[in-house]
Write a protein that binds this ligand. Structure first.
Ligand code: ZN
Length: 235
């Protein structure tokens, strides 16, 4: 399922939550959310009769004043409260459920919000919107995987570029020695490796090591090439 829009995503969740069949006590708690948000009153916990009443109340609050970014956008879920006491009460209630919310003032309203993806996933679950919570979690995981893949690819690319640039440097050295007539003056082993490299520019160091007769190790090839570069460029 693709939710590319905050309004659509929020509206879908609200519609789903509105259709949840509540027990009588929970229905009362959920409806009470409307009163709570309209009037500057102290949260009446006596209305929470059963274990699910509190979540039903939160569900009611969410339906009336919350919005949540679509999962593929930046993580953000907020409740928009009309006054500070309501915001404070909601923060306390959320804390009782294990959620640490932040509060900020926006014009005349108080925003109780979350920016952490995993918390938003858990909160949507508690609200009873599991389906949307899992959509959310999936996107978080996909994003994470994409980031990891990009990081690995960037790292591999950097290594390849490093190898390519080192190998160009070696070829430049060999060509320069050849041009200056210095190649023949190289020590026999170095000359042998230099000529093999010159004639097989696309081989990896391992492959280059293998075509030596007798074959030598990769680190030995590397060592010889470094020496050639040093002789050519005095590095
Ligand atoms: Zn109940």
């Amino acid at each position: 399922m693709i939710h590319n829009n905050k309004q659509t995503f929020t509206a879908e969740i609200k519609q789903f939550l509105s259709s949840v069949k509540e027990k009588k006590c929970c229905k009362k708690a959920s409806d009470y959310a409307g009163t709570f948000l309209q009037e500057d009153i102290v949260l009446d916990r006596a209305l929470f009769k059963c274990a699910e009443c509190r979540n039903a109340f939160l569900r009611g609050v969410f339906i009336r004043c919350a919005s949540v970014n679509a999962p593929d956008k930046s993580n953000h879920l907020e409740f928009k409260l009309p006054n500070e006491p309501d915001a404070d009460e909601l923060v306390v209630l959320l804390k009782e459920c294990g959620f640490e919310a932040k509060v900020s003032k926006r014009r005349n309203t108080y925003i109780v919000y979350f920016k952490d993806g995993e918390t938003i996933f858990q909160l949507l679950s508690v609200l009873g919107a599991q389906k949307y919570a899992f959509d959310f979690l999936n996107t978080i995981i996909e994003k994470q995987i994409r980031n990891d893949v990009n990081r690995v690819q960037n790292c591999e690319l950097a290594n390849m570029q490093k190898t390519a640039s080192a190998s160009r440097h070696v070829m430049d050295a060999i060509k320069m020695l050849e041009k200056d007539g210095e190649l023949e003056n190289l020590q026999e082993k170095l000359l042998y490796t230099a000529l093999l490299r010159r004639d097989n520019p696309d081989l990896s160091l391992t492959q280059l090591a293998q075509i030596h007769e007798p074959a030598i190790t990769k680190s030995c090839v590397n060592h010889r090439l470094e020496k050639i570069v040093k002789i050519a460029f005095g590095e």
